[in-house]
Ligand binder design. Structure first.
Ligand code: TRP
Length: 404
């Protein structure tokens, strides 16, 4: 397995700890994920301040806090998309979700919150793939259950505020066929078995469903997979917001694209949202105490934050006043970094906490308020999503207001 492809990084100081980042596994040693190494190893580009400023200029609005704070931190050819946009050309957005659980946790919301901002800021169409087939293949789910979860998850996605006039949500089980399937086999013919083993780390024991899945996630990157949206627009560029664990799929996609006469998709990639227990892994849908769910009550949020959020505060108040908090490992501060909108307040909290004037309990209290408000808002929005709305987003139809 080629090192560059295997998504395994050795930590030089502690040989035995290695970080593993691929679409199905994210784990790191004690120090958390080394994102710098990941960027170098994957071969993506760093999203620097100049690029963030350029996004702000072109969209005439302040950059999203995820951009201001480097939470979306890497990209591939974002500058090319912006060059075209500056010349008056448009592009489309593509993101997705593997519906493996009933309730989304906060980490799942991040790409969708960010995609919503991109859709509003650039006024472009968006396709959202629900990979119910992927979760059937990887998790022990029935087809019916995967489809049901896809539809339930669609409601949470819609609750993030997407514009039905610019957004097409599809489930693979429903949509794969026609032009989409033609593109899948075109991609498949360009990727050898050795290549997928190199990129994804499949072993001879893996069933062939896994081996044959990657083209399904690849082809929404190509506008011709959506004739009802982009017919006659085969060279329209695509921008994919995602967490960096999805990068292997799109490395493969970008590799194949020019060989079948298509544009390579561009990417904008985020860090992981840490588990309550700390940075060495991402939130896991399978450990309820590692995550805050969008279905949690205010009381549950309070208990989880107080009980499980790893603190960088010191063992005694005395020591804390003297040494201050270790912000590098403090989960409440990391969460505020994602969700507290006010930059000044965030800086104030960090400074006071770091210098020992603020205690963990106070920081957690602020976090509990921020998260409870966010989750309550989400729950209100989701309660308003009707079955008819889901049908409307998922209907195979032209989008009336794509670039309006
Ligand atoms: N594989 C992703 C998951 O398990 C779902 C997905 C499909 C996706 N297409 C995507 C994610 C495009 C980001 C961008 O969640």
């Amino acid at each position: 397995m080629a090192e560059a492809d295997a998504a395994v990084v050795r930590n030089e100081e502690t040989e035995e700890e290695e970080q593993v980042v691929n679409p199905w596994e994210v784990s790191a040693g004690k120090g958390g994920i080394d994102y710098d190494k990941l960027v170098d190893q994957f071969g993506c580009q760093r999203l620097d301040d100049a690029l963030v400023a350029r996004v702000a200029r072109l969209t005439s609005r302040p950059p999203h806090r995820f951009l201001r704070r480097g939470l979306f931190f890497a990209h591939r050819d974002l500058n090319e998309i912006l060059d075209l946009y500056e010349k008056g050309e448009r592009f489309y957005l593509y993101t997705g979700r593997g519906p493996s659980s009933e309730a989304l946790h906060l980490g799942h919301l991040i790409p969708f919150m960010f995609t919503k901002y991109l859709q509003d800021a650039f006024k472009v169409p968006l396709v959202i793939q629900l990979t119910d087939d992927e979760k059937f293949l990887w998790k022990n789910l029935t087809v019916e259950e995967s489809k049901r979860l896809a539809r339930e998850n669609a409601k949470d996605i819609i609750a993030c505020g997407f514009d039905v006039e610019r957004t097409f949500i599809f489930s693979d089980f429903n949509y794969v066929g026609g032009a989409f399937y033609e593109n899948m086999v075109k991609v498949a013919r360009c990727v050898t078995y050795n290549k997928v083993v190199g990129i994804f780390g499949f072993t001879p024991e893996d069933h062939i469903g896994k081996v044959s899945f990657p083209p399904v996630q690849a082809v929404p990157s190509f506008p011709s997979s959506f004739p009802h949206l982009f017919s006659g627009n085969d060279q329209l560029r695509c921008l994919i917001p995602c967490a960096i664990d999805q990068d292997p799929y799109f490395r493969m996609t970008r590799d194949v694209a020019p060989r079948i006469g298509y544009q390579k998709p561009s990417l904008i990639e985020s860090r992981f949202f840490p588990a309550l227990q700390g940075e060495n892994t991402k939130m896991s849908a399978s450990d309820p105490n590692s995550a805050i769910y969008v279905t949690d009550s205010a009381k549950e949020i309070k208990t989880k934050v107080n009980k499980y959020a790893f603190s960088g505060g010191r063992d005694s108040v005395e020591l804390h006043r003297k040494l201050g908090a270790n912000l590098d490992v403090d989960v409440p501060v990391k969460y505020l970094n994602f969700f507290l909108e006010d930059d000044n307040e965030l800086e104030h909290i960090k400074k006071e906490y770091k210098e020992g004037r603020m205690l963990t309990g106070e920081v957690k209290q602020r976090l509990i308020t921020v998260l409870s408000e966010l989750v309550a808002r989400h729950q209100r929005a989701r309660a308003k999503v009707t079955e008819e709305m889901v049908d409307a987003f998922m209907a195979v139809r032209p989008l009336p207001n794509m670039f309006g």
